[in-house]
Design a protein around this ligand. Structure first.
Ligand code: ZN
Ligand code: ZN
Length: 349
């Protein structure tokens, strides 16, 4: 089934005849056009059209097999108006700006605009074989770069220098950092989303490195925490608790498992070690054209795992003023279970 064929029934259930796609990840997913932030896709029962402007005439023709219309708004909207007369047209409430919505209302007076949420995100959560291959390649590169940079993580080196080394190597390999990567040492490890700072790594620190490669539009995401010298008995205990929770959650992955149950499984293990409060975020997330996408692996999630999803499992424990641990693997949900895509070693602490 093509992506458009999969989208048809979803639009029907949402009660719309057409969809105006403005979220760059959705535009790229449907069209293959890599400058998707400067593109839109209109989906109707007749098919899909890619809209972009004259800077991209050649690139769009090379990258996308969709019919293309080259124009800037408002000419873009006027072109679509005839097709959409009398139709209910869905738009993506999470990504369309209020200004764009006002312009669409003016350009399409005979259409009914319907706000929708999470519609393409739900479809994008199940990866095609090509998408899995792209994510696998991004993660393989991240594994390689991590292995090259791992020897630099030692006393006397700044967090920033490790981050710069990772970024440079990703760039040289034709990729880029998928997100503002995290190198957090010693007490900085207690900030789940702290960035690399000028702090000099000290003997006895745990160092958390959270990194991803973005290659051909697809992302990877992985975290390792390593010891420099001999960490405190307390931090060793925290590390082993997080590792236990992480491995247990990975082993439980298979189609049909509720994301909320997986989050609970890891959380219960950490709670058993007195670290429930210290696990201050959700268990994981889907990864693809976006670093964070559906499904959401958290207590409030309604998502159920399906074969073809690529997700992270990333429990952590953060002790303010002391330090922190996070271990994150990138995992493909398969027909009969799972396959871990991140291969960097999880070193004993
Ligand atoms: Zn991460
Ligand atoms: Zn993550």
């Amino acid at each position: 089934m093509t992506k458009l064929e999969a989208l048809g029934p979803v639009l029907g259930r949402a009660g719309v005849d057409a969809l105006w796609v403005s979220d760059p990840a959705g535009v790229r997913w449907l069209s293959g056009f890599s400058s998707a932030e400067d593109g839109k896709v209109l989906v109707t029962s007749q098919g899909a059209t890619l809209y972009t402007d004259s800077r991209y005439t050649v690139q769009a023709a090379e990258e996308s097999s969709l019919p293309q219309h080259i124009a800037r708004p408002p000419a873009t909207y006027e072109h679509a108006a005839g097709t959409l007369r009398g139709l209910r047209v869905g738009f993506e409430a999470e990504s369309l700006t209020v200004a764009e919505l006002e312009d669409l209302r003016v350009a399409w007076p005979d259409s009914t605009l319907v706000p929708l949420r999470g519609l393409l995100g739900g479809l994008r959560a199940i990866k095609t074989a090509d998408e899995v291959a792209a994510i696998r390649a991004a993660q393989a590169l991240a594994d390689e770069v991590y292995a090259e940079v791992r020897p630099l993580i030692r006393a006397g080196v700044r967090e920033l220098d490790i981050a710069a080394e990772i970024e440079t190597r990703l760039r040289r390999a034709g990729a880029e950092s998928a997100f503002d990567l995290i190198v957090a040492s010693g007490p900085n490890g207690a900030k789940p989303h702290g960035h690399a700072s000028a702090r000099v790594i000290e003997d006895g620190d745990l160092v958390t490195v959270d990194m991803g490669a973005k290659l051909r539009g697809y992302n990877s995401d992985m975290t390792r925490t390593v010891a420099v010298g001999t960490p405190s008995a307390e931090m060793k205990r925290v590390y082993n608790a997080v590792l236990e929770a992480e491995e247990a959650a990975v082993r439980a992955i298979k189609p049909g498992v509720r994301a909320a149950d997986l989050d609970k499984l890891a959380r219960d293990i950490l709670t058993g070690h007195g670290l429930g409060e210290a696990f201050a975020h959700s268990l994981g997330h889907g990864v693809g054209l976006e670093v964070h996408e559906a499904p959401g692996l958290r207590g409030s999630s309604q998502d159920v795992l399906e074969a073809g999803m690529v997700i992270t499992i990333e429990p952590g424990a953060y002790l303010p003023g002391v330090g922190g641990v996070r271990i994150e693997d990138l995992v493909l949900v398969t027909e009969d279970g799972y396959e871990v895509l991140s291969h960097a070693a999880k070193e004993p602490v």
